[in-house]
Design a protein around this ligand. Structure first.
Ligand SMILES: Nc1ncnc2c1ncn2[C@@H]1O[C@H](COP(=O)(O)OP(=O)(O)OP(=O)(O)O)[C@@H](O)[C@H]1O
Ligand code: SF4
Ligand SMILES: [Mg+2]
Length: 313
């Protein structure tokens, strides 16, 4: 197994309160597999990726275990694999690049870390090659551009080039198509799958069509995985009421909004965390709905690859 996460919990201290961000998340990624994560804003997708990459902020506390190739993913191990065997394409590409350094300088720095033997000229040439491979038409111009001179799509490709500097076994791509027009989105997703064909990919997205390009899908709500399975099965025959409502809210499927607000992460409900927004709850009898409101459902397997966290799915 390439990456295994067991019972991961991440919480943040904010003033005097504690905000849960990731709750009891367990997942396993085999080499070369492509997995998407979907879920509303604030459900813990980026925090999960940051926990794997070992870049949680100082006010975060985490518990649980993460193993990499069956070894505990310690700080020491992270230092040797991050940027090399493990790459992160962060959310918000323009904000992730240093505004006062050129794109070329930043990618050549990433390259220098994994290939310290390269001299200045070789670094320059290799960086241009990475830009070219990342689909940037004018590598030299991009090399000398500052982030403010790049479009969102170009900045995404610069981060893609940085992620390609190593030979990643796992790429964590956090909303790599956010804010892109349809054409650029399609090109970038295709490119992502092409250049990381031999890597495992954990692709965080709000875009159902992008999620559908992966084999497996995880649906998160309030820091938990509420449904997992083959992407095609989850997207065409969702089992969890949240997945059903999330898909129905998508523009291509009717744009029916999910009522209410995402869960309050400082005061989590005792029962099902989706109960106050669940369309199925009102159709249940008194004892069934009582169960939803008082007992927290576990993520139960249904079939070989699927699992769902709902008492009545
Ligand atoms: N540095 C932080 N301090 C306190 N709370 C944080 C911090 N970073 C994230 N959180 C909280 O953790 C929870 C999960 O955040 P996260 O960024 O993982 O959401 P997300 O699913 O990636 O959302 P989006 O789709 O908007 O990117 C949220 O409640 C968020 O407010
Ligand atoms: S456990 Fe109950 S409230 Fe929660 S999603 Fe299932 S039916 Fe809805
Ligand atoms: Mg995020």
């Amino acid at each position: 197994m390439l990456l295994s996460i067991e019972h991961l919990r991440v919480a943040f201290t904010v003033g005097s309160s504690v905000r849960q961000a990731v709750n009891e998340v367990s997942l396993a990624l085999e080499e070369k597999t492509k997995t998407a994560i979907i879920g509303e804003t604030g459900c813990g997708k980026s925090v999960l990726a940051m926990a794997v990459a070992g870049i949680l902020p100082d006010n975060a506390h985490s518990r649980g275990s993460i193993t990499w190739e069956n070894k505990p993913l310690s700080e020491q191990l992270l230092k040797t694999i991050r940027g090399n065997k493990l790459s992160l394409i962060p959310q918000n590409p323009l904000g992730s690049l240093n505004p006062v350094l050129t794109a070329g300088f930043q990618v050549s720095e990433a390259l220098a870390r994994v290939r310290p033997a390269l001299n200045k000229l070789a670094l320059y040439q290799n960086t241009l090659e990475l830009f070219h491979a990342a689909g940037l038409d004018q590598p030299q111009t991009v090399y000398h551009s500052y982030p403010y001179q790049l479009s969102g799509g170009m900045a995404q490709r610069v981060l893609l080039a940085a992620a390609m500097a190593g030979t990643p076994k796992l790429v964590l791509a956090d909303e790599p198509t956010k804010g892109l027009d349809l054409d650029t989105r399609n090109q970038n997703v295709l490119l992502l799958h092409q250049v990381f064909e031999n890597s495992a990919l954990l692709l965080i997205t709000h875009d159902i069509e992008v999620a559908a390009t992966c084999q497996s899908l995880l649906v998160m709500y309030a820091g938990e995985i509420v449904e997992t399975g083959q992407a095609e099965a989850v997207l065409t025959k969702p089992l969890h009421p949240y997945t059903c409502q999330l898909l129905a809210a998508h523009p291509s499927q009717g744009l029916i909004p999910i009522p209410g607000l995402p869960a309050n992460m400082t005061k989590l409900a005792a029962g099902c965390r989706f109960a106050d927004r669940c369309a199925l709850l009102g159709k249940l009898n008194a004892s069934q709905s009582q169960l939803c409101l008082t007992k927290h459902p576990a993520l139960n397997k249904c079939g070989v690859t699927a699992a769902v966290r709902c008492w009545h799915a």
